[in-house]
Design a protein around this ligand. Sequence first.
Ligand SMILES: [Fe+2]
Length: 286
Amino acid sequence: MQPQLASFFDPATSTISHVVYDQPGGQAAIIDPVLDYDATSGRIAHGSAGRVLDFIRQQDLSVQWILETHAHADHLSAAAWLQQQAGGRMAIGQGIAQVQQLFKGIFNLGDDFPCDGSQFDHLFADGEVFPIGRLTARAWFVPGHTPADMAYQIGDMVFVGDTLFMPDVGSARCDFPGGNAAMLYQSVQKLLSLPDDTRLLMCHDYPPPTRPIAWQSTVAEQKQHNIHLHGGISQSEFVALRQARDATLDLPQLILPAIQVNIRAGQLPAAENNGVRYLKIPLDML
Ligand SMILES: [Fe+2]
């Protein structure tokens, strides 16, 4: 059975959220939904996730899964909000525990913040097979961008998260806490060993001015044309290139708000005694 796909581009964060489902009226997985957050005003909104929800309702889909490829640093996750609206089990890879541990110190989250991934409904092991309605999916560990990145293989498609970008953009940075360029190289080799016509679905696109937004390529296209990871580039060449580039990059604008929400599986911090929720900004930590 061929999976059905609908993809939603969020222009504010250049994120692509995906809905994969077996058939109209059937079961769906939502991958990497975005919660709108305005950093200037501190306002949360549900425009991006609302478009996903509208589609779910139009197609009469039951949400079986809300999948995160990793703890994103560039946007807040709408997983918790979408779960409230439409149900489904929130899942990420087992490596999230390591990411929670890394950031617990930075945000001084205290002993009531568990670092075992229990904020999620399910943690995938490497290679774990799971159903999406009548479809069969498989979760893969693809660490490197962060220690906990996952890819989800569903039919002839693989949702690669931030492991690969479109061939003319290359790869994601590996300089966040726990990131590792050599690990990313190994993860990409795993993905590029799949059949040439495997479709690879991106989580982001930052296109050059000469082309429109895109989010789908193939293993063959990546092997031929990826500017950082095409066939023939050695691990040491990639690591040198990646580290040199990472040294020039500013931190993502939303890294501090995003990480503290995303390691809570998209839950906002509890309200204080005045009923208001607050995010924390650690000074001089990153
Ligand atoms: Fe990311």
